[in-house]
Design a protein around this ligand. Structure first.
Ligand SMILES: Cc1cc2nc3c(=O)[nH]c(=O)nc-3n(C[C@H](O)[C@H](O)[C@H](O)COP(=O)(O)O)c2cc1C
Length: 396
């Protein structure tokens, strides 16, 4: 990355100070940073701090004889591999969406021929205002990349979407774009569940199923390859952890749900795990012995429904995908499951086909509100890559 350069526009928001941390991360990774500080931005961070961290001079004025002589605004707009706006204020977004060019930052955004990444930060009402929604949609249609904003408490005391994404998240999005733009999910995050659960009966016995975790692990890997930050919540399986994926190992359904909830908020949730619908009502403290009085009776209680819980969560991911492994009437069950759980897609697979449950192939149908798409049988890795690409399309 040592030859890569970023042109960083710092807008006039309360989160401008976080851009200093972003600069530090970029410089540490060997990325050159040339800063543009807007007039309002300079109310929040000083040109001196920005300049010192960037090890470059700060550009602020459009009508500056010295600036124009040293580096004209058109040249400035082309001087980096990527233009980053952080924080992207409502004002900067509005200017860029409407092609205004009344100051150096806006002119640069209009004149650049390089990819642009915006990290919006503003009050939740400003973010949710119809004008900002329009500007956001226009900028996305114009090909501008976005990271955040996040949900959380705001400096003004309100709560909601509008917080600047954390600097490491913006950094990851930048690195993804600098790496060639083949990272359409840079800056996005996903929770994947995979494998079976194991519900204890006594200290040595469990209630479990034949899920291998292969499909869920392959999806985690495919999403990570597209730049997504992935938390993989895995039941007891012997699969290697895919590169760049954060893995949380669990045993029971209740542990799996707790790990998923701890990983929220996220942009995507994919519930691939074969979660045990039931668990023994009580777990014997010692190994249950043969007594000669016949087999013991196992009384079961229902486990929490992870897919339904995530679909209804206050911090619901934008895209919630469930898997339905069935042995008959696969698509009909999947359609019913989609409606019942409140998720966005169901990936239905017929596990009565030899070689799918626990094997290396999968034959799936994607069931959404728009209809059913049938995919040919393929290796689980290919199904995962195709699914990850489809998910990335949802975030364009
Ligand atoms: C204390 C304070 C905090 C502000 N924080 C934000 C903010 O987080 N996001 C935003 O869009 N505007 C914020 N504003 C308003 C902007 O500063 C104002 O719209 C400014 O014109 C934006 O300039 P820019 O286009 O250079 O970013 C804030 C204003 C003040 C006084």
């Amino acid at each position: 990355m040592s030859e890569k350069r970023v042109l960083l526009i710092v807008g006039g928001g309360i989160a401008a100070y976080k851009s200093l941390e972003l600069v530090r991360l970029l410089r540490k990774a060997g990325v050159g940073v040339r800063p543009i500080l807007t007039k309002a931005g300079a109310e929040f961070v000083t040109p001196l701090s920005l300049s010192a961290l960037c090890e470059d001079r700060v550009y602020s004025e459009l009508f500056s004889l010295t600036d124009e002589a040293e580096m004209g605004h058109i040249e400035l707009s082309r001087s980096a591999d990527l233009v980053v706006v952080s924080p992207a204020t409502a004002d900067l977004m509005a200017k860029a969406a409407n092609g205004l060019a009344g100051d150096l930052a806006a002119t640069t955004l209009l004149a650049t021929d390089k990819p642009v990444l915006m990290a919006p930060a503003m009050n939740v009402r400003m973010w949710e205002h119809a004008a900002t929604r329009r500007n956001f949609a226009t900028l996305k249609a114009d090909g501008v990349h976005f990271v955040g904003p996040d949900e959380g408490p705001m400096a003004c005391g309100e709560y909601g979407y509008g917080r600047l994404a954390e600097p490491p998240e913006i950094f990851e999005a930048i690195m993804g774009l600098l790496a060639g733009g083949a990272k359409p999910l840079a800056g996005k995050s996903a929770i994947i569940t995979a494998g079976p659960t194991a519900e204890p009966i006594d200290p040595v016995r469990v209630l479990t199923n034949r899920s291998s975790g292969k499909q869920g692990f392959a999806i985690a890997e495919a999403l990570a390859e597209l730049g997504c930050r992935v938390t993989l919540v895995a039941g007891p399986v012997s699969q290697p952890t895919p590169k760049g994926v954060r893995r949380v190992d669990v045993e029971t359904a209740r542990e799996m749900l707790a790990a998923c909830e701890a990983a929220l908020p996220a942009d995507i949730a994919v519930c691939v795990a074969a979660v045990s619908d039931w668990r023994p009502e009580s777990v014997a403290a010692t190994k249950t012995k043969k007594t000669g009085d016949g087999p013991p009776t196992l009384s079961l209680v229902e486990n929490p429904d992870i897919l339904a819980t995530l679909s209804k969560a206050a911090k619901r991911p934008k895209l919630v995908v469930g898997f339905a492994a069935e042995t008959n009437d696969v698509e009909a069950y999947a359609q019913a499951k989609l409606a019942r759980k409140g998720c966005d897609w169901i990936v239905a697979n017929d596990v009565s086909i030899a070689g799918t449950m626990g094997g290396d192939d999968n034959a799936v149908s994607i069931v959404t509100a728009a209809g059913i798409e049938r995919w040919d049988r393929a290796p689980k890795s290919q199904v995962a890559q195709k699914l990850a690409q489809r998910m990335a399309e949802e975030f364009k």
